[in-house]
Design a protein around this ligand. Structure first.
Ligand code: ATP
Length: 138
């Protein structure tokens, strides 16, 4: 799988140029992107596996407080692109993320952790199809 899905969260949109540059510097390319202000119900569906978690409402509020950037990431010879991209993201909590990772650099706290990336090939297929049509997923 040489594609993955990423989302720059509202709290990090002010840094989106820098984030995109850091992504490209790691050898990924961006084949599509669009800005969108997500609705609460879109986020509820997108993150439905977390709906019973204590932080679910707070997480949905954070993701709807302003526009996000939805990004299709590609790697020319990638076979594990979702996993490699997650390494660049860093740990969920920016305070635990390795220095140099996107969340360590641009995250504020666990809820406002700058960037999302699909956590597996199956998630990437679902998430890419959720926001983009016409992407050829091989
Ligand atoms: P993402 O799915 O956004 O890439 P992740 O896979 O690293 O993140 P998940 O466990 O799937 O982490 O959590 C989804 C999102 O929910 C996280 O990105 C984070 O913003 C938020 N979140 C996770 N745990 C907490 C928590 N304990 N308190 C507040 N928000 C949380």
């Amino acid at each position: 799988m040489n594609l993955t899905f990423s989302l720059i969260k509202p709290g990090a949109m002010q840094h989106c140029e820098e984030i995109l540059m850091a992504i490209k510097a790691e050898g990924f390319s961006i084949i599509a992107m669009k800005t969108q202000h997500l609705t609460f119900s879109q986020v509820e569906i997108f993150y439905k596996e977390h709906r019973d978690k204590s932080f679910f409402h707070e997480m949905c509020e954070g993701l709807t407080q302003g526009p996000v950037l939805l990004v299709v990431i590609h790697e020319k010879k990638g076979i594990e692109t979702p996993l490699r991209f997650r390494t660049l993201l860093g740990a969920t909590n920016p305070k635990e993320a390795l220095p140099g990772t996107l969340r360590a650099r641009f995250g504020v706290d666990i809820n406002s952790n700058a960037v999302h990336g699909s956590d597996s090939k199956i998630s990437a297929i679902r998430e890419l199809s959720f926001f983009f049509s016409g992407i050829e997923i091989g």
